[in-house]
Design a protein around this ligand. Sequence first.
Ligand code: TXA
Ligand code: MG
Length: 336
Amino acid sequence: MQTEIKQITPQTLAEAKHIILTGGVVAIPTETVYGLGGNAFDDEAVRRIFEVKGRPNDNPLIAHVHSDYDLSKIIDRDPPYAQKLRETFLPGPLTLVYPSTGKVSPYVSCGLNTLAVRIPSHTGAQAFLKEIDIPIVAPSANLSKHVSPTSAQHVYDDFAGKIPLILDGGVCVGGIESTVCDVTGDVPVVLRPGLITREMIAAVVGSCEEYVPDLKKGEKVKSPGVLYKHYSPRCKTVLYACERTAEALEFCRKAEGKVAVLCEEKIVEAFSKAGVAVLSLGDTETEMANRLYDLLREAERICDTLIAIEPQKKDGVMVGVLNRLRKACVSVDILH
Ligand code: TXA
Ligand code: MG
């Protein structure tokens, strides 16, 4: 199969619609990362998405809809605080997990009785969702466990020959996946941190919890995605806490093969002076979110070993950035 990257126009949207309505898969841009889209009502299309990504079949998908879509078709209960969150943050990088009406394919939620719903703000994504006017399931458009894609080229690198069409909506501005927030209970619970932070949610609705699975108790995990190793570049990785920069520098000196360092801008000089290739995440939390995945993909092209140093700031959007970085890289403490 030939994979084409096309700009979003009325013609390519009609082409994408045809592919989706005949059970196919199309990659689409969003403001966070690119997604691999398929018809949420079509069992075969949903199964095809799991197959083409190599995704474990217990990790549910998010249904994407346009901003005027009638949510009562797919969700069963809509608490007032969830409505408030939608009014404040959507369209945008926040996914809400509701009780499901069970109308979409049972494969979408992998047997859970909930449905994750996302209304993306990207204009190309909105145009695509309006053109089709049905919920579109769209996991991040990367092969399972690989780094999520923030450009059409990233999607092509993972899926050339496996999907017919990639709609090109430019480089994603957000850079890490949406915040996933459970709204089935009395208070919202963040299942996956992202650009809409727990503090931002609590500021609107009074409180917000963070989900930490306690697997020892034999509890069934609420968001299976939190369990998997994810976002990994195809090179060796070693992650250091920011207090251990000197040790990381020492590691660079001794390491064999090509080495690169991923770190925040303010400590770049320490490594570049020592002659090490440096991939800078930048200074601000939004810059770091925006650059992370592109740099992890760059790392696998330029080095055998990536040494990543955790940025100093740990709160706000950095909760999401650190969550991804820690899943992408192996902690030095595990190596020793
Ligand atoms: O920004 C994003 O959310 C991107 C773009 C393409 O929209 N999509 C994305 O999808 O990141 P994916 O499949 O890579 O991640 C979906 C996450 C997983 O951690 C999954 O476990 C969780 O959402 N999830 C989906 N449905 C759920 C449900 N019913 N209950 C709990 N967690 C759910
Ligand atoms: Mg993903």
